[in-house]
Design a protein around this ligand. Structure first.
Ligand SMILES: NC(=O)c1ccc[n+]([C@@H]2O[C@H](COP(=O)([O-])OP(=O)(O)OC[C@H]3O[C@@H](n4cnc5c(N)ncnc54)[C@H](O)[C@@H]3O)[C@@H](O)[C@H]2O)c1
Length: 239
């Protein structure tokens, strides 16, 4: 599993280095964010090399989706939703974010400076409309659904942000949430059409459309922003 993650990370680094050459330094660590000891090792390594940690972005989550992969959507209706999957999803999406905030935020607390950006979702604000995942001809209990754990994790991330924003407000650490939505990723036409019908801009988003918002939120242009939920969703949550 970690090999697969490492090869994905290596691919991204190659792209970055091709684009920016020697202008940037990229250093990566692959780790399970539910393991506090592993996170502490990374923190200690970073602190001994660079002396400070400026930004933490909590992005990892189990995100079952329409497009392929082993963790894609399953026909697990709420009343039979396995508690094992619930526990795994909460462990990555909430406990992992909390542990990263403890470990890396702890270093920021010492320095009285830092920024935490937590990634939620439009599903941190609204419930999934399960009709977009339905396939014609399948019985109700065979239909794919977005799991309850995803909603709870994404709503919980906003709660974690608000808690930490207040907790660290006078200690120089800003904590905010970004809610992205509906990334276009070669999903089938039927799904794209159904989801676009629920978005006022009537289209899915591209990854590039989040870059400037993220840069703003983690920069000194946003020094008075903390505890905020920034929504980039083509208008989906206003309908
Ligand atoms: N794709 C979308 O349409 C969409 C929409 C709204 C919000 N989001 C949010 O954006 C974030 C990224 O989504 P994505 O679509 O890129 O998901 P993804 O499934 O492609 O990526 C999730 C990442 O989390 C990592 N991860 C899982 N468990 C881990 C663990 N225990 N330790 C360390 N890393 C772990 C995985 O390796 C993977 O790289 C998620 O928080 C998701 O909820 C995505």
């Amino acid at each position: 599993m970690l090999d697969v993650v490492q090869s994905g990370v290596d691919r991204n680094i190659k792209t970055l280095l091709q684009e920016y050459g020697e202008e940037i330094i990229v250093e990566t660590y692959v780790s399970d964010i539910t393991n506090r000891v592993e996170l502490e090792k990374i923190r200690d390594n970073l602190l001994s090399k660079y002396g400070h940690i400026d930004i933490l972005i909590n992005n990892a989550a189990n995100n079952p989706k329409v497009e392929g992969g082993s963790s894609n959507l399953k026909a697990l209706q709420f009343t039979n939703f396995p508690v094992e999957i619930w526990n795994q999803d909460i462990a990555v999406g909430l406990t992992g974010a909390m542990l990263c905030a403890q470990v890396f935020g702890g270093a920021m607390e010492q320095a009285r400076s830092g920024i935490v950006l937590n990634i939620s979702s439009d599903y941190g604000l609204i419930a999934p409309d399960q009709r977009v995942y339905r396939k014609a001809g399948l019985a109700d209990d065979q239909q794919m659904i977005k799991p309850v754990s995803y909603s709870v994790v994404k709503h919980g991330i906003i709660g974690l942000t608000k808690y930490l924003a207040v907790y660290w407000a006078e200690k120089g650490i800003r904590v905010n949430t970004l809610c992205p939505a509906s990334l276009h990723n070669n999903q089938n036409d039927d799904f794209v059409e159904k989801i676009s019908d629920r978005i006022p801009m009537h289209r899915m988003s591209e990854p590039e459309e989040y870059v400037c918002t993220i840069l703003y939120m983690i920069s000194d242009a946003a020094t008075y922003m903390t505890g905020s939920t920034v929504v980039c969703d083509g208008g989906r949550t206003i309908w």
